[in-house]
Design a protein around this ligand. Structure first.
Ligand code: NAD
Ligand code: UDP
Ligand code: UDP
Length: 323
């Protein structure tokens, strides 16, 4: 049936109550579209989306994507999946199910609706990379049976499914490989490095460096990342990805800890803990494809992004203490 308001899209965002999903929804609503947010609230919270509840163009459905979903939408962003190692290793079987069964259900939905579908893939598909920086052509170095495998292999299988639905039934797909992203609305206790360090620094506690801190990551501020998502969704059908979206500025974890202490102006010291199994030693995106195909590059430097994140956690921690 033709839509009444042709220019207004109805967009499904799975995992919309999470960190990235809630920022993405803010942008889509600001563009005047409708959003159906689907989330089982495993790691996401209503708090991330409660400011949208009065918006008539916003709807929340509490649902687990491993079960079929029948809704009518024009575009789908599939973000549902725990992202922090602590969360995805909490129930690894459910993590694989979320990635794989979740992808099958969302792809089946997209097939029925002939809707464009975006997949939040990850730099973890490169595993502990033997090629540096990582370009999309690199096939990765992933342990299939380790504690991180539920996430890495689940996301790899989801990519396989996306490309098979594209080849077999002509589905229009957009696969983004997201590199470490940080910013407001990260869960204060989700265990990822930026939230851990900022929360520890603000509490004046020691910052916990796993291993010797020489491993590297490249940190992207959430607003930059979401801009990349929107641009990728807006490309023509010939652009399928996978496309790396991340900030190529690479830091050691020790450098990140020192920077956090400096920006938060705290007297915290550093302590070392053991390194988790299969922790990737280095990670840096090659973003030539995103630059060429989307005209996209990140603009928020780590110092500025950290300042905004510290500001967010400062008020969040006050709220938590008074709750
Ligand atoms: P998050 O944990 O804040 O958000 C994930 C959301 O998915 C949560 O709201 C959670 O409740 C929901 N969810 C989990 N399992 C579900 C299920 N079975 N059914 C319905 N909802 C479910 O994490 P995030 O950082 O916002 O990550 C969003 C997506 O981006 C994930 O797919 C993640 O793998 C991907 N990603 C994130 C990063 C990053 O640095 N943030 C990096 C690479 C990839
Ligand atoms: N599916 C869904 N919503 C829809 C259409 C399909 O959740 O609107 C699910 C359905 O449960 C199915 C999966 O998507 O298992 C894959 O759909 P597809 O049509 O590819 O496979 P089939 O239904 O033939 O198994
Ligand atoms: N890390 C750390 N201290 C922490 C949390 C994480 O040193 O309190 C390290 C972790 O071992 C990894 C890097 O920081 O090398 C990034 O971890 P995160 O869990 O944020 O994401 P990953 O890229 O490993 O999925």
């Amino acid at each position: 049936m033709p839509r009444i308001y042709e220019s207004r899209k109805r967009v499904l965002v799975t995992g919309g109550a999470g960190f990235l999903g809630s920022h993405l929804i803010d942008r889509i609503l600001a563009q005047g579209h409708e959003v159906v947010c689907v989330d089982n609230l495993f790691t996401g919270t209503k708090r991330n989306i409660e400011h949208m509840f009065n918006n008539p163009r916003f709807e929340f459905i509490r649902h687990d994507v491993t079960f079929p979903l029948y809704v009518e939408v024009d575009e789908i962003y599939n973000l549902a999946c725990p992202a922090s190692p602590i969360h995805y290793q909490h129930d690894p079987i459910q993590t694989t199910k979320t990635s794989v069964h979740g992808a099958i259900n969302m792809l089946g939905l997209a097939k029925r609706l002939k809707a464009k579908i975006f997949q939040a893939s990850t730099s973890e598909v490169y595993g502990d990379p033997a090629v540096h920086p990582q370009a999309e052509e690199y096939w990765g170095n992933v342990n299939p049976i380790g504690p991180r495998s539920c996430y890495d292999e689940g996301k790899r299988c989801a990519e396989t499914l996306f490309f098979d639905y594209h080849r077999q039934v002509g589905l229009e797909i957009k696969v983004a490989r997201i590199f470490n992203t940080y910013g407001p609305r990260m869960h204060h206790a989700d265990g990822r490095v930026v939230s851990n360090f900022v929360v520890q620094a603000l509490a004046g506690e020691p910052l916990t460096i796993y291993g010797d801190g020489s491993q590297t990551r490249s940190f992207c501020y959430v607003d930059d990342l979401v801009e990349g998502f929107l641009r990728l969704m807006d490309t023509g059908p010939e652009v399928t990805g996978p496309i790396n979206i991340g900030n190529p500025n690479e830091f050691t974890i020790r450098e990140l800890a020192e920077k956090t202490i400096q920006r938060a102006q705290t007297g915290s010291r550093l302590v070392t803990h053991s390194l988790p199994a299969d922790d990737p030693k280095q990670r840096q995106p090659n973003i030539s494809k995103a630059s060429e195909l989307l005209g996209w590059a990140p603009i928020v430097e780590l110092d500025e992004g950290l300042d905004r994140t510290i500001e967010y956690f400062r008020s969040r921690l006050i709220e938590l203490r008074s709750a």
